[in-house]
Design a protein around this ligand. Structure first.
Ligand code: F6P
Ligand code: MN
Length: 284
C-alpha cells in the first residue's frame, strides 16, 4: 500500500503544479457522464494514470473521467477508483479543489476498500489517508515531501452544514432538515467542492455534508466508486457515519456500474442519525 500512497503523492504534486500554472479553460471533450471536461480534468487524469500505472501492485484503474476501466497488468492486488480533479469547475475562481482515490481489492464494492486517500489543493497541499486503524493528515513541506501532521477524529456533534444539490429540486423533508438545523444555529459551509467541504467538516470536528436524491435526480450526483465510498471509509474510520438515504452504510454499497451514483450523508454521528430520522428511517 505504501507504494500506492507514494504514487498518489507524486501525482498530487504534479496536479498542484498544473493547477497553479496551466490554462483553466474548457476542452472540446465530454466525459462519460456528459460533463464538458476542463483541460485541467484531462491533464490531471493523465497524470494519475501515468503515476499509478507504474506501481507494481496496481492491477487496474477506473477514472471518473473515463468510460471504461483501464487494465494495467495481470498481477497486482489493487484496483484504484479515482476522481482526478474533484470540484474542477472551481479551478477558474481559484477556490480549493481535490483528488479522491479508493484503493480496492478484487472489485469496486465498498466492502473491498482497503484504503482511501484524498488530496486538497488549497493554500497548502494536504493529503488524508484512511488505512488500517487511523485517518491521518499529511501536509506538503517546502521540499515537496508530505509530512505527517496528526490523526483525525470526529466529535459526536459539530456546528457546520454543507447541503449539496439544487434547492429547487430538494424534497420537502430534506428542506425541513436543513432549515431546522440552520434555525438551531448550525452554520453554512458549502463551496461546491466535496473535497474541501468534507475536509472542513473533518478538520473542524463535525457537522453534516449531504448530497441527497432530488426530484430531478433520485440517486443524486455523487459517484460511489470514485467519491462517496472512499469518503465513507474516511468518515467511518474517523468515528463518524456515512449513510445513504435509507440509512444503509455507503461502505455496504455494491454499485452495478462503476459510474453509479447514490444519495449520501457524511458527518458526525448525531447529525447523520438526525438526517436519517428526517428521512423516516427507523433506527435501532
Ligand atoms: O463531483 C461532484 C461535485 O463537483 C462535488 O465535488 C460537489 O460536492 C458537487 O459536485 C457540487 O454539486 P452542486 O453544484 O450540485 O452542489
Ligand atoms: Mn467529483
Amino acid at each position: 500500500m505504501k507504494e500506492v500512497f507514494e504514487g498518489i503523492a507524486k501525482a498530487a504534486s504534479r496536479i498542484a503544479d498544473a493547477l497553479a500554472h496551466d490554462d483553466t479553460g474548457y476542452s472540446d471533450n465530454k466525459n462519460s457522464t456528459g460533463d464538458v471536461q476542463l483541460k485541467l480534468d484531462i491533464r490531471s487524469d493523465y497524470i494519475v494514470e501515468e503515476e499509478l500505472s507504474r506501481i507494481p501492485t496496481v492491477h487496474a484503474l477506473a477514472s471518473e473521467e473515463q468510460e471504461q476501466i483501464s487494465p494495467i497488468r495481470t498481477g497486482g492486488e489493487y484496483l484504484v477508483g479515482y476522481d482526478p480533479l474533484d470540484g474542477s469547475s472551481l479551478a477558474d475562481v481559484n477556490l480549493s479543489v481535490g483528488s479522491i482515490f479508493g484503493i480496492y481489492e478484487n472489485s469496486f464494492v465498498g466492502a473491498n476498500l482497503a484504503a482511501a486517500v484524498y488530496v486538497v489543493y488549497g493554500p497548502r497541499i494536504e493529503m488524508v489517508t484512511a488505512y488500517k486503524h487511523n485517518v491521518e493528515l499529511w501536509r506538503q513541506d517546502r521540499s515537496g515531501e508530505f509530512k505527517f501532521v496528526q490523526i483525525l477524529r470526529l466529535k459526536d456533534q459539530g456546528k457546520l452544514v454543507a447541503p449539496g444539490g439544487t434547492q429547487q429540486f430538494w424534497y420537502p423533508h430534506h428542506k425541513k432538515l436543513v432549515d431546522d438545523m440552520f434555525a438551531e444555529g448550525y452554520r453554512l459551509r458549502y463551496s461546491g467542492g466535496m473535497v474541501p467541504d468534507l475536509h472542513q467538516i473533518l478538520i473542524k470536528g463535525g457537522g453534516l455534508f449531504s448530497y441527497p436524491g432530488t426530484t430531478d435526480k433520485s440517486k443524486g450526483k455523487i459517484r460511489m466508486v470514485f467519491e462517496s465510498m472512499p469518503f465513507a471509509k474516511v468518515f467511518e474510520m474517523a468515528g463518524g457515519l456515512a449513510l445513504n438515504d435509507e440509512a444503509g452504510r455507503l461502505l455496504d454499497s455494491v454499485p452495478e456500474g462503476h459510474h453509479d451514483t447514490s444519495p449520501c450523508f457524511f458527518g458526525s454521528k448525531n447529525e447523520v442519525l438526525r438526517a436519517m430520522r428526517a428521512y423516516g428511517n427507523k433506527l435501532d
